[in-house]
Design a protein around this ligand. Structure first.
Ligand SMILES: NC(=O)c1ccc[n+]([C@@H]2O[C@H](COP(=O)([O-])OP(=O)(O)OC[C@H]3O[C@@H](n4cnc5c(N)ncnc54)[C@H](O)[C@@H]3O)[C@@H](O)[C@H]2O)c1
Length: 429
C-alpha cells in the first residue's frame, strides 16, 4: 500500500519507518524545511534507539520519502495518518490547531478513495470534527473514510512497541475503511479491537490515565512504607503477584513525566469537567505525582539542612531512559526547586542535555558523568539510565565532598551503598 504520515515526531517517524519496513511505500510530510532536508539525508530530529538505522535503510530502499508537499503524497495514498502534536494549553485541554489545520490540507489534496486516520491523541469528539473538515474540503469526486487509530508506543522502545503492540484499536464503523486498515496492520501480530470514534479516543486517555494512576498508587505506598518502616518495593512486588493486579508499572520514584501522561491526565480531567463530571480520582493522581517530585527536595533538605551554597550533582534529566524527550520531565521541577533553595547544580544526561539546556538556565551541564560528583555534597539520580546502574561507586566516593545519595529511581542496593559509607535514601525503602 501507499501511505502518508503527517508529522515526524516520536509517533509519526517511528510508525512511518516501521510501516515502510513492512514493505509499504511511505511518505512523511513535515512543515519545517530544515528538518525535512535533514530527514532526506537520514538525520533524524529525535533520539530513539534503532530509529536512525531503520530510517536510513528504508530511504535507501526507496520506501520512505520525506516532503513538505501534500501532493503527490496524499493523492497517491491509500491511507493517510495524522500524527502531529497535541500539546496542552493552559486549561489542560489539548491544542488541536495542528490536527485541524493538517486535516484541511489533506482534505484539499484527496483524490479517488482514501482512508484518513488520526494517530494523535485527541479529545473525544475531535474525530467527528476532522471527518467534517475532510468532507467539506475534499475535491468533487474524491471519497474519504475516516478512522481513529490511537497510538500506544512508548518512547525508548518505540520500534518494538510498534511491531509488537498489545493491541491495535481501530475506531471506525465503516466496513470499507476497516478492511483496508486491518490489511495494513496484518504484519502486526496483535489483537485488533474495532469500535467507534468516541470509544477509540477514550481508550487512549483512559489507558494513559490508568497507568499514571498505578504510578501514583506506587508512590503513595512508598510514602506510607517510609513512615511505617516497610519496604515498598517488596510490598508492590507482593501485590503485583496477584494476577488481578499484575506487576507492571508499580514502581515508586520521582514521579511520572514526559509528553503523554501529564497532558493526557489533565486533558481527561478537563474533558470530564466539560461534561459536568468531576474526575477527582485523577486530580489526586496529579497531586501525588507533584508530591513525588517535591519529596526529592524534602529529602535533600533532610540530608543537607539549608541548601544555600550546597553542591548537588544530578544524574539523569530525561523523563525516562533511552529518550532525549524533556517534556514535563520531573528533573525540571526538582532542579528548579533545588536551585530556588540556593544550591548549585551540576547535571549529566547521556542524550537529553541538548534539549535540557534551554529549559534549565544556570545549570552546569557536564559531558562526563563522574564530573557531577566532583566536590558534591549530594548526588541525586532522577533517570534510571543503565550507565548510572554501572557507576564505579568507589570512584564516586573519592570525588564527593559529602557522601549523600538520593536514589530517585531505586537503582542501587541500599546495603551496598551504606557499606561503602554513603548516606543513602531511596523511595519507599
Ligand atoms: N510520544 C509518545 O510516546 C506518544 C505515544 C502515543 C501517542 N502520542 C500522541 O501522538 C501525537 C504526536 O506525539 P509525538 O510525541 O510524536 O509529538 P512530537 O512533538 O514529537 O511530534 C509532532 C510532530 O508534528 C509535527 N507538526 C506539528 N504541526 C504540524 C503541521 N502543521 N504540519 C505538519 N507537521 C506538523 C511536528 O513537526 C512534529 O514532527 C500526540 O498527540 C501525542 O499525544 C505520543
Amino acid at each position: 500500500m501507499t501511505i502518508t504520515f503527517v508529522g515526524h515526531g516520536y509517533v509519526g517517524l517511528v510508525t512511518a519507518a516501521v510501516f515502510a519496513d513492512f514493505g509499504n511505500k511511505v511518505y512523511v510530510i513535515g512543515h519545517t524545511k530544515e528538518k525535512v532536508d535533514n530527514l532526506k539525508k537520514g538525520i533524524i530530529p529525535i533520539f530513539e534507539p534503532g530509529l536512525e538505522e531503520l530510517v536510513k535503510k528504508n530511504i535507501k530502499a526507496k520506501r520512505l520519502e520525506f516532503t513538505m508537499d501534500y501532493a503527490p503524497a496524499i493523492p497517491e495514498s491509500d491511507v493517510v495518518f495524522i500524527a502531529v502534536g497535541t500539546p496542552p494549553i493552559k486549561t489542560g485541554d489539548a491544542d488541536l490547531s495542528a490536527v485541524l489545520g493538517v486535516a484541511e490540507q489533506i482534505g484539499r489534496n484527496l483524490s479517488g478513495y482514501t482512508v484518513v486516520a488520526t494517530k494523535s491523541t485527541v479529545p473525544i469528539g475531535t474525530n467527528k470534527k476532522v471527518q467534517l473538515i475532510l468532507e467539506e474540503t475534499k475535491p468533487e469526486g474524491a471519497e474519504v473514510s475516516y478512522a481513529s487509530i490511537p497510538e500506544f508506543l512508548r518512547e525508548g522502545s518505540a520500534i518494538s512497541d510498534t511491531v509488537n503492540p498489545d493491541r491495535v484499536v481501530i475506531g471506525s464503523e465503516d466496513p470499507r475503511a476497516q478492511k483496508i486498515l486491518i490489511k495494513l496492520h496484518e504484519p502486526i501480530k496483535a489483537p485488533v479491537l474495532i469500535t467507534n470514534f468516541e470509544t477509540a479516543e477514550l481508550i487512549k486517555y483512559a489507558a494513559n490515565s490508568f497507568l499514571a494512576l498505578k504510578i501514583s498508587y506506587a508512590n503513595s505506598i512508598a510514602r506510607l512504607s517510609e513512615l511505617l518502616g516497610a519496604n515498598a518495593l517488596k510490598v508492590l512486588e507482593g501485590i503485583g503477584m496477584d494476577r488481578r493486579i499484575g506487576n507492571q508499572f508499580l514502581y515508586p520514584g520521582a514521579g511520572y513525566g514526559g509528553s503523554c501522561f501529564p497532558k493526557d491526565v489533565k486533558a481527561l480531567i478537563s474533558i470530564a469537567k466539560d461534561h459536568n463530571y468531576s474526575f477527582s480520582l485523577l486530580e489526586e493522581v496529579e497531586n501525588v505525582n507533584h508530591q513525588a517530585r517535591r519529596d526529592i527536595v524534602i529529602k535533600a533538605r533532610g540530608m543537607l539542612g539549608d541548601l544555600r551554597g550546597k553542591k548537588i550533582g544530578v544524574l539523569g534529566l530525561a523523563f525516562k531512559p533511552n529518550t532525549d524527550d524533556m517534556r514535563d520531565a520531573p528533573s525540571i521541577d526538582v532542579i528548579t526547586w533545588l536551585k530556588n533553595d540556593g544550591s548549585k547544580i551540576t547535571a549529566f544526561d547521556p542524550v537529553a542535555m541538548g534539549n535540557a539546556t534551554a529549559l534549565m538556565p544556570g545549570i552546569n551541564f557536564v559531558t562526563d558523568m563522574y564530573k557531577v560528583a566532583e566536590d558534591a555534597d549530594l548526588l541525586i539520580v532522577l533517570t534510571e539510565w543503565n550507565e548510572f546502574k554501572e557507576l564505579d561507586l568507589k570512584r564516586i566516593k573519592k570525588l564527593m565532598r559529602n557522601l549523600n545519595i538520593i536514589d530517585g529511581r531505586n537503582i542501587y542496593e541500599p546495603k551496598t551503598l551504606r557499606d561503602l559509607g554513603f548516606n543513602y535514601v531511596g523511595v519507599g525503602r
